[in-house]
Ligand binder design. Structure first.
Ligand SMILES: Cc1ncc(COP(=O)(O)O)c(C=O)c1O
Length: 385
């Protein structure tokens, strides 16, 4: 099977891992952690970086450090990986699922505004949901597949309704917003994942990045055990031990040395698919809104079900030819654990959930293999009509 996205570990990973073992720094302290965080700040433009054990723990840490918990509501897009919703549940808050917009596949901020105007009321400094009485505490957009959400629109809503902003940027390392590095001008926080299928990996890992010194100081404390100072057993805040290890950071350092090459390859692969399908009836590309230069984490095609009602046959044909291809994320508001939570209408999410097929896009995917995949897509579309 040609996989969707496998890690590329042909650089200095083994050498740096060996250094961890010979030095004994295999746990939550060690030189690679600092180095990885420094490199991440440079790569994303964010002033402060705290590395974590996963993208989910980064989101959880960000939420708790912003004071979000039981009784609160966090607005998230209905189209995302389930970890976005899970992190909200882990914090004790409840998700409110809002649709994405078709021009960007990211959170529809006009719809957020409309829902907040119609379904909430001010009490003191905050808005509360009319029916549930819960406080709307945070807006958490997602950089879908590497496409950057409309950060200006998100921040406007946040200012208007006094909400915290946490961007789930899991797969958006290298992406740009209005020609700036992704974390350069953000007022809130952004998180990343370095799981094995991401653009760079640390095995499992993540990070929280932000520009507010004191908030990021708190995040650092809470990422450990909330110690007053290292070495003491006095604690002034609750900590979650969501830290990255030196072993993971070592892999991350080797990966970050090649991040430009990885992003270049990801964009080239996506562009090759996009070009190849321009004239194929019923197929269209992942959108590219004017404010975003995507990291192009995931490649794939949208298959119009009116033209190709047998989309499953397209997938089956690709799979039979040893090409991993599948319907990607599904509408979170219809998933079993999340059916009971608030949601807007989710028409766009529903359509993309049913029509977007992810395709192989590993950073080391060879040109001839991609050409072969494209040939099989053409054949599959003909067979499935
Ligand atoms: C949008 C999104 N959010 C959060 C995560 C969670 O990251 P992790 O798997 O590192 O916990 C992922 C991981 O795939 C993701 O795609």
């Amino acid at each position: 099977m040609i996989p969707l996205a496998e890690p590329n570990l042909d650089g200095n990973e083994s050498k740096l891992l060996q250094n961890c073992i010979s030095s004994g720094y295999v746990s939550s302290s060690g030189p690679y952690i600092k180095e990885f965080e420094k490199k991440l700040s440079l790569s994303t433009g964010g002033k402060y970086t705290v590395s974590t054990s996963s993208g989910t723990s980064a989101l959880h840490l960000a939420l708790k450090s912003c004071g979000i918990g039981y009784g609160d509501i966090v607005i998230i897009p209905a189209y995302s990986f389930v970890a976005t919703a899970n992190s909200v549940s882990m914090s004790g808050a409840s998700p409110w699922f809002i649709d994405i917009e078709s021009k960007s596949w990211t959170l529809d901020c006009n719809l957020v505004d409309e829902q907040l105007r119609c379904e909430t009321n001010w009490k003191g400094d905050h808005i509360y949901h009319n029916k549930t009485g819960q406080k709307i505490a945070c807006i958490m957009p997602v950089n879908t597949l590497g496409i950057v959400c409309n950060i200006d629109a998100v921040e406007q809503i946040a200012n208007k309704y006094n909400l915290k902003v946490i961007i789930d940027g899991a797969a958006s390392i290298g992406a740009e917003y209005n020609n700036n590095q992704i974390a350069k001008n953000i007022s809130g926080l952004i998180t990343f994942s370095f799981n094995g299928n991401k653009i760079i990996t640390t095995g499992g890992g993540g990070a929280v990045i932000g520009n507010d010194k004191s908030l990021m100081g708190l995040i650092r404390e809470k990422s450990g055990t909330g110690k007053v100072y290292n070495g003491s057993y006095n604690h002034d805040v609750i900590g979650y031990n969501h830290r990255m290890t030196n072993v993971e950071a070592a892999i991350g350092c080797a990966q970050l040395d090649r991040v430009d090459e990885f992003i270049y390859n990801k964009r080239r692969i996506l562009e090759t698919y996009n070009q190849a399908i321009t004239d194929v009836p019923g197929l269209s590309s992942i959108p590219c809104p004017k404010w975003s230069i995507s990291s192009a984490w995931m490649s794939g095609v949208q298959v119009n079900r009116r033209v190709h009602p047998n989309i499953d046959k397209i997938i089956q044909y690709l799979n039979l030819n040893n090409i991993e291809a599948k319907l990607f994320w599904q509408n979170l508001s219809t998933q079993k654990p999340y059916k009971k939570y608030l949601h807007s209408k989710t028409n766009v999410t529903e359509k993309i959930s049913r029509e977007f097929i992810a395709l192989p896009c590993s950073t080391n995917l060879e040109k001839n293999k991609q050409e072969w995949i494209i040939k099989k897509i053409y054949e599959a579309c003909k067979l499935a009509v």
